[in-house]
Design a binder for this molecule. Structure first.
Ligand code: GLN
Length: 306
């Protein structure tokens, strides 16, 4: 299986390069518009400790919304089920940065992966930690057993300077009493957390606990098995926003995407996969990375629906 995975990743990387001219980089965060777009990387980490990589799998990129997974995990560790009073568990069917449901639903976001939901999670972390973005980063360091991962200050600043939309979402939720900290502090922490830079190899390794019933292989328990299952369920139904249904149809695995072009996928009990390529489709998901994970799942037959 190991040799097969390595060979398959190489084939996928060779083919994916042809897709890297489709779509557009996320230029609403100006610093991301400067990323050379014709890049592709993929890595697979298995629960028994193997790591396979192809293409630019060691190139760090902006993890953006993939950080919402780590923030949610940390908030769940601290708050437990009380968290679900303030954020829902339903797909939104709307873009990641939409405000449209918030008025009808009294400022309670549909799920923790749309921006509104992630801002509630950040509010929780702002209450618990003096430097919430450091708490998320240090959690990633613990998952990787090393401290080499960092926040890219330029990307953080660039997003913060262009965060009117997230500011609008946050103020609106605060008017319903669903945010407790000051909006400016929440946005500072949120933009910094989204600006964590990691490679496919690092992301695949860091997220392994989601494939291993909540225990990080070779390290400690991160979450109860039931909570790891629930996060996987949320990834399947909400991880790719208004493309989550299409992703479930095409890939059949829990995924979390980010506008930096990364996509993380979990094969429960087996492995985690991370693919990256900067250009996105209209739903804000990487075209080449999604195609690569689709191809990996189809070729290996790995799906949660088999
Ligand atoms: N930081 C980005 C934003 O809030 C994250 C969005 C994403 O990756 N989908 O717009």
């Amino acid at each position: 299986m190991s040799a097969d995975i390595a060979a398959l990743l190489q084939t996928i990387a060779d083919e994916a390069i042809a897709l890297t001219d489709r779509g557009a980089v996320a230029d609403y965060i100006p610093a991301l518009a400067n990323v050379p777009p014709r890049q592709f990387g993929i890595a697979v980490a298995t629960v028994d400790g193997a790591l396979h990589r192809a293409g630019s799998a060691d190139q760090a990129f902006s993890i953006q919304s993939i950080s919402k997974l780590f923030a949610l995990t940390l908030a769940l560790q601290r708050e437990g089920d009380d968290l679900w009073q303030r954020v829902g568990r339903e797909p939104s069917g709307t873009p990641f940065n939409s405000l449209v449901l918030l008025e009808r639903e009294s400022g309670v976001p549909r799920n923790p992966f749309v921006n509104a939901g992630a801002l509630v999670i950040t509010d929780v972390l702002c209450h618990r930690y003096l430097q919430p973005e450091r708490a998320v980063l240090e959690f990633v360091h613990r998952l990787l057993s090393r401290t080499s991962v960092a926040i890219d200050p330029q990307v953080a600043r660039s997003e913060r300077l262009h965060s009117d939309r997230n500011a609008a979402i946050a103020h609106f939720m605060r008017s319903f009493g669903n945010l407790r900290q000051e909006v400016a502090a929440i946005l500072d922490a949120y933009c910094a957390q989204c600006a964590i830079a990691m490679s496919c190899a690092e992301l695949a390794r860091a997220a392994l606990f989601l494939a291993a019933d909540g225990v990080q292989p070779g390290a400690a328990r991160v979450l109860q098995a039931a909570d790891a299952r629930r996060i996987n369920a949320l990834m399947l139904t909400c991880g790719a926003y208004d493309a989550a249904g299409d992703f479930a149809f095409r890939i059949g695995l829990p995924t979390k995407t980010g506008v930096g072009g990364g996509i993380l996928a979990i094969v429960p009990g087996r492995m985690s996969i991370c693919a990256w390529s900067p250009r996105l489709d209209a739903t804000g998901n990487s075209i080449a990375a999604a195609a690569a994970i689709e191809r990996f799942a189809a070729t290996t037959g790995l799906s949660i629906f088999r």
